[in-house]
Design a protein. Structure first.
Length: 393
């Protein structure tokens, strides 16, 4: 018996398809040394394939056994119909094994995910890749449950996908906690929005009330005598410095701090005091706490009022000037104020309401210090330390 090409092809086809039980006794059918060598090689190939196939199957069986004992596992064929599940999967889904086997994976789908979500999963695993992600499924009772799933294809010896394995971990409790946190965050966000609205409304109402009070006092000043009018004017200026702060805060989303430069530019201008004076304000953008800004506003208001009353009374001044500046310096906020008036004799200066207010605001409210000079005009340097209540940015 000779080994022709057709017989050799039959042998190879049967070996590859595992349709033959080939042994070394097969060599006895052939006479020539060359034919016997070919048959011997085919037998070796057959036995090697059988060995590696058995080892591969053993590996798969061991993996399957390990996974079945630790995770919820579902195995489906290449068409997506379930062929095997473990007890953990049965417990998780609420269905019996009899109800599950033969069912499509669609059996467990919930409306939580879109059609495109599932289509993307199929695209990934059908291309031979692993999909990892969260899935929302439906139990037999209709209850929703969440799993973190690894879905991966299993290929046969020909390289074709013949199974899909889904390894699942129950994350329902984790998702419930996440949902609760989302709801709490949503409620907190709504509460903060309401708080911001109420704060803005408060600033708006305070501003309006202060402006109303200022208007009433202005009317009263026109009806009273000169001394009373001057006193009322000082009160109006104090009110306006506070009102300006609330007007800025009403327009801002931020209610913890305020830009000092914006506040000073808006509040202290010569028209505000009806002065024939050049007012220079120097300083960069600097956010400070609202309370600190309020105190600084009242202090500067009193300083400008004092300059207007006393700085230029002794001699005629054609160019009345006020300089105001501020900067950060080694953990302090430094505020400098000066005018170009005739100055004062320190021993003759009376400690009136304005200067008393300035001193108390600096030392008691802002915990700061100040130095004054009275020659060649009046000047004051205010040094405010950095504290929890004074956060410089």
């Amino acid at each position: 018996m000779g080994l022709d090409f057709e017989t050799l092809s039959d042998y190879l086809a049967q070996i590859l398809n595992d349709d033959i039980n080939l042994s070394f006794s097969e060599t006895e059918k052939y006479q020539t040394k060359e034919d016997k060598s070919i048959i011997y090689g085919l037998v070796c190939l057959h036995e090697d394939m059988q060995y590696y196939k058995s080892r591969s199957q053993l590996t798969i069986d061991n993996l399957k056994k390990a996974l079945f004992n630790t995770s919820a596992v579902a195995i489906s064929n290449s068409y997506g119909f379930l062929t095997d599940v473990n007890p953990l999967f049965i417990e998780l889904s609420g269905y019996s094994k009899k109800e599950i086997i033969g069912a499509s994976y669609k059996f467990f789908m919930s409306p939580h995910h879109s059609k495109s979500y599932y289509q993307n999963i199929l695209k990934i695993i059908n291309s031979g890749n692993v999909w990892r992600g969260e899935l929302c499924n439906t139990k037999k009772s209709g209850e929703i449950y969440w799993v973190y799933s690894h879905i991966f294809p299993i290929k046969n010896h020909e390289g074709n996908i013949h199974e899909f394995w889904s390894i699942r971990t129950d994350i329902t409790q984790k998702k419930k906690v996440e949902l609760e946190l989302l709801e709490k965050n949503k409620a907190l966000k709504e509460a903060l929005q309401m708080k911001d609205y109420l704060i803005k409304e408060m600033h708006h109402r305070i501003k309006n009330n202060l402006q109303f009070l200022s208007s009433m006092l202005s009317i009263k000043s026109r009806l009273g005598d000169a001394n009373e009018a001057e006193l009322i004017k000082d009160i109006i200026n104090r009110i306006n410095s506070i009102s300006s702060l609330h007007e800025i805060l009403y327009q801002k989303a931020e209610h913890k701090s305020i830009d000092l430069k914006e506040y000073l530019d808006k509040t202290f201008n010569t028209s505000h005091f009806n002065l024939n004076t050049t007012l220079s304000i120097r300083g960069k953008k600097l956010h400070i706490p609202i309370e600190t800004c309020s105190y600084i506003g009242v202090i500067i208001n009193e300083l400008i009022t004092n300059s207007n009353k006393y700085a230029w009374n002794t001699n005629p001044f054609e160019n009345k000037k006020i300089n105001l500046s501020y900067q950060k310096e080694s953990g302090y906020l430094i505020v400098n104020y000066s005018d170009n008036g005739s100055g004062f004799v320190e021993s003759e200066i009376k400690l009136g309401l304005g200067r008393t207010l300035i001193a108390k605001l600096i030392t008691r409210q802002l915990m700061g210090t100040y130095t004054e000079q009275f020659k060649n005009g009046y000047a004051i340097k205010i040094k405010i330390p950095e504290q929890k209540e004074l956060i410089l940015h």
